[in-house]
Write a protein that binds this ligand. Structure first.
Ligand code: ADP
Ligand code: GN1
Ligand code: MG
Length: 357
């Protein structure tokens, strides 16, 4: 099976080794090595991405734009097949191949401020370089992906359809989701009131979607399937969700889910170093809200999947999605507790920048 896939990309199967790679929750990834070359091969989850050709088309138009406007920028776009398309099929799945970026690595959680700064800077740079690219030229590869209003509706449907046993075991988490519904209210107001602009947004700024070099300098952003029009709160919010705690969403010991203020400062400085001159005043005001938005939405998505019988996210053990929900709700609590400190941190950074002028 793999042989046909490699052949489609012009690689002679006998010359290459293919081994599973990475820790994503949606697609399957392999590293393909041989002949002095290395590639990343991915099987696209077709239950999630119904129109993978849209992803390929988006990436080609972004690559063309960036080649003209920022030729030095490292854009980890997929490679064409021998027939010139960017995807190949094995009858039931789509596959794509990208060059493996040399001397790169990813991390699953932050170990030092520098990683948070570098990652935030890379995601900020990506949106900044594309600030004059009309986002509506891109296809929505996942419609309503970060539409929190719809995610709440999907959660309610999951609640209505869930079996007794799962409902019972998730009773406490369901109450916590309901108690924080204001977060969804703020989102609805800002969308209905068109308070912030659509931009080219990555939509999956988890820490393991940044490639680092050996010195922990950011090389580039990867996992480009969900690059589409969106709001900056998606990207900054997912950084807050995945960079602030030394333990990630997989952690079962919830006492390890904490907020590291230095990582918050690093995210702010890194993102603003690129986007500070571009964000509107209304967007800047939503910087801290963005974390609540994404942490809350991820808790809802994990819990809805648990109630639906674990049909979306890869799971490794019974109750995995419920534990992930508990983890995210704990993070949300810690985030609320840190909110005043975040405001003070931002004030201090901005005052220092002002007095340096
Ligand atoms: P998923 O959607 O499953 O998260 P990713 O595109 O993030 O898929 O890829 C999974 C992992 O593969 C990444 O976390 C990274 O470690 C590695 N990876 C992906 N693309 C590249 C690349 N171009 N060069 C080097 N490593 C890569
Ligand atoms: C999924 O593919 P991966 O693992 O980078 C998910 C994200 C979630 C994330 C939670 C298409 O990302 O939205 O935030 O899991 N991607 C999709 O870890 O649903
Ligand atoms: Mg990924």
């Amino acid at each position: 099976m793999m042989d046909n896939i490699l052949n489609a990309f012009g690689l002679t199967p006998a010359n290459y080794n293919t081994t599973p790679f990475g820790s994503g929750l949606i697609n399957y990834t392999w590293k393909v090595s041989g002949n002095g070359h290395q590639y990343i091969l991915q099987r696209i989850n077709k239950n999630v991405f119904k129109t993978p050709q849209d992803i390929a088309n988006n990436l080609v138009s972004l690559e063309n734009y960036l080649r003209q406007t920022a030729p030095e920028y490292l854009f980890a776009a997929p490679l064409p097949t021998v027939s010139g398309t960017y995807l190949t099929e094995d009858g039931s799945n789509y596959y794509r191949l990208s060059p493996f970026i040399k001397n790169s690595h990813t991390v699953d959680f932050i170990e030092e401020d520098k990683q948070a700064y570098e990652a935030a800077r890379q995601f900020g740079k990506f949106t900044r370089l594309l600030k004059d690219f009309d986002p509506e030229k891109l296809k929505y590869t996942l419609t309503d992906f970060h539409n929190l209003t719809l995610r709440v509706e999907q959660f309610k449907t999951a609640l209505a359809n869930a079996g007794e046993e799962r409902l019972k075991s998730a009773a406490a988490e369901i109450l916590q989701i309901e108690a924080n519904i204001d977060i969804a209210g703020v989102y609805k107001q800002l969308v209905d009131g068109k308070k912030i602009p659509k931009r080219v947004i990555h939509h999956d700024t988890k820490i393991n979607n940044i490639l680092f070099d050996d010195n922990n300098c950011g090389l580039c952003v990867i996992d480009l399937d969900t690059v589409m029009p969106g709001y900056f709160i998606s990207d900054v919010g997912d950084m807050m969700r995945t960079y602030l705690s030394p333990a990630n969403e997989e952690e079962r010991d919830l006492s390890k889910v904490k907020i590291n203020d230095d990582y918050f400062i690093a995210v702010y400085k890194g993102y603003m170093a690129e986007m500070g001159g571009t964000l509107t005043a209304a967007e800047k005001d939503l910087f801290i809200y963005s974390g609540k938005f994404m942490i809350y939405m991820q808790a809802i998505r994990f819990l809805a999947d648990f109630l639906n019988g674990d049909i979306y996210y890869h799971t490794q053990y019974e109750g995995h999605n419920l534990v992930r929900t508990q983890n995210q709700l704990t993070l949300l609590k810690r985030y609320f507790e840190a909110e005043d400190r975040f405001h003070n941190n931002i004030k201090q950074i901005e005052n220092a920048a002002f007095s340096a002028i």
